[in-house]
Design a protein around this ligand. Structure first.
Ligand code: GRF
Length: 199
């Protein structure tokens, strides 16, 4: 039976859409049962509506305590019978209840070759700007199973992406994302079908 995946996003949602399409076309042997976003008005929500995927807005700001937010996340994932969680541009740090409830089942895609250019504050164009500032000739994508730290945890797969002469953070971001929307669904499929392991 296909695994049930809940996607968590905070932004545009191109990776979310790629996961939904891959699942519907059978390349990702899973069902995307819902999308959780950390704030309203983000592009990912509009995509989910267009694609007919159930959504929930669960903003940390709406809760008095971080543990209440954490618990609300777990409840929503369980309400959708989610077995795997795919973070796709999700800008919140996953809480201890989620980690304990879904051990080794929370997966993230980071747009660099971790451990380089990861950690707190390293998201969006900041990652690509740092790669360019360091004069790197290549960058890439890392799919990893998460633990309690930003951009840490077991690396499942990486792929390389070239840095070109004259690249800007925006150009590099676009090139990385064009690879990521194919790579992430493929690696996630390997994980949920047991062809690779995050442990
Ligand atoms: C992706 O490159 C992801 O790796 C990073 O943020 C970007 C999100 O893009 N963490 P999108 O929301 O999937 O379009």
């Amino acid at each position: 039976m296909n695994s049930k995946i809940v996607v968590c996003a905070s932004g545009e949602g191109s990776n979310f859409e790629a996961l939904v399409e891959s699942a519907r076309e059978g390349r990702l042997k899973a069902e995307i049962v819902g999308l959780i976003v950390s704030r309203s008005g983000v592009g990912a929500l509009a995509r989910a509506e267009r694609l007919g995927v159930p959504t929930a807005v669960i903003s940390p700001k709406a809760f008095a305590k971080a543990s209440d937010w954490d618990q609300a996340m777990v409840h929503q994932i369980q309400a959708w019978s989610g077995e795997w969680i795919a973070l796709a541009g999700f800008l919140c740090r996953v809480g201890p209840q989620m980690l304990a409830t879904f051990p080794k089942r929370i997966v993230n895609s980071h747009p660099s070759l971790l451990p380089d250019f990861g950690g707190p504050g390293m998201y969006g164009d900041r990652v690509h700007a740092a790669v360019l500032a360091a004069g790197r000739k290549e960058t890439g994508i890392t799919i990893h199973v998460i633990d309690g730290e930003y951009d840490r945890g077991q690396i499942v797969a990486q792929t390389r992406v070239e840095v070109r002469e004259g690249d800007t953070p925006a150009l590099l971001a676009t090139r990385v994302k064009s690879h990521e929307v194919r790579f992430y669904p493929k690696v996630l499929n390997d994980l949920v079908t047991g062809q690779t392991t995050g442990s």
